[in-house]
Design a protein around this ligand. Structure first.
Ligand code: CP
Length: 322
């Protein structure tokens, strides 16, 4: 694997390898080994043109735990605000020497452009591009589902396994969600059955071509689900045609205490964050015992360590759990 641009870059075996490697990374953390020397002398640049809390911080933590040098670049306060292009920004960073560039950008396709342009030599990791994809979010979500839904939840118990036959319901603003698209692609590769539940105005026009089912009826979908993933309503990308009323949206598509009672005992409640509490998810649901929302953030570090390790360690791979 040279780059990670899309969840579709990973077939079933490659996705399981990332998840198994993340298990090993998590074990090193549980053993309180603060740092692995694996990426000593390598440089990871975090290139963020859009705001982020979880993704940016966890990529930084992941790179540092692998002993890489980390350069954090934020478009705010940089020469991007003076009109500098992606190409000139990339050439500038290339001159500083980067082994991996982790990029978040508002334009769908920007990571692909960076990876294929010839402007830089480094590996490129998509940390979220426009409404297109967010593959490491899908990987950390699958890692979390595997822990809860496969095996006996002990660390490493799910090694080598996929999510065959598990039912995942993804709810809400699919139209603007890069998380939804990456999850559908990855979960399909891992054998899970995905249902997207959304109002008609918040489903993409060509969703019929996605490898999943669709529904407008949340109450009917919840009792079937092993995992329910609520999506953030991206009001900054909306107009009234998509989203007439917050109260109506919550009533039809919000997860609240009444809807929690429709779930099976083992079903987990997920959200990629950041959440609009009281809109797509109530405080009852966000903070309930079956919520994995905080756990997902922690798992993001292990998964991103695995991705950087598999991209950069190459032939020098060593047994990371040692
Ligand atoms: N889930 C996610 O991508 O969160 P951030 O925008 O905080 O990185």
């Amino acid at each position: 694997m040279r780059h990670l641009l899309s969840a579709a870059d990973l077939d079933r075996d490659e996705a399981v390898l990332v998840l198994d490697t993340a298990e090993q990374m998590a074990q090193t953390q549980h053993r309180e080994i603060k740092k692995l020397p694996t990426l000593r002398g390598r440089t990871v640049i975090n290139l963020f043109f859009e705001d982020s809390t979880r993704t940016r911080v966890s990529f930084e933590a992941a790179a540092k735990r692998l002993s890489a040098d980390v350069i954090n670049f934020s478009a705010k306060g940089s020469s991007v605000s003076k009109g500098e292009s992606l190409k000139d920004t990339a050439l500038t960073l290339q001159a500083m020497g980067a082994d991996a560039v982790v990029i978040r950008h508002g334009a769908s396709g920007a990571p692909h452009r960076l990876a294929t342009s010839g402007w830089i030599d480094s590996s490129v990791v998509n940390a979220g591009d426009g409404t297109h994809e967010h593959p490491t979010q899908a990987l950390l979500d699958a890692f979390t589902m595997r822990h809860h839904l496969v095996g006996n939840r002990e660390h490493g118990a799910a090694a080598g396994q996929d999510l065959k036959g598990k039912r995942v319901t993804i709810v809400g603003d699919v139209l603007h969600s890069r998380v939804a698209r990456s999850n559908v692609l990855l979960l399909h590769s891992l054998g899970a059955e995905v249902t997207l539940v959304a109002p008609p105005t918040l489903l993409p026009q060509r969703v019929d071509a996605w490898p999943c089912a669709t529904s407008y009826d949340l109450d009917a979908s919840l009792p079937e689900a092993d995992a329910v993933m609520m999506l953030r309503v991206q009001r900054e990308r909306m107009n009234a045609a998509y989203f007439p009323s917050a109260r109506e949206y919550s009533r039809r598509y919000g997860l609240d205490a009444r809807r929690l009672r429709l779930l099976q005992d083992h079903t987990i409640v997920m959200h990629p964050g950041p959440m609009n509490r009281g809109l797509e998810i109530s405080a009852d649901a966000a903070d309930c015992e079956r919520s994995t929302i905080v756990e997902q953030v922690g798992n993001g570090v292990s998964v991103r360590m695995a991705v950087l390790y598999l991209l950069l360690a190459g032939g020098e791979r060593e047994e990371v759990s040692r």
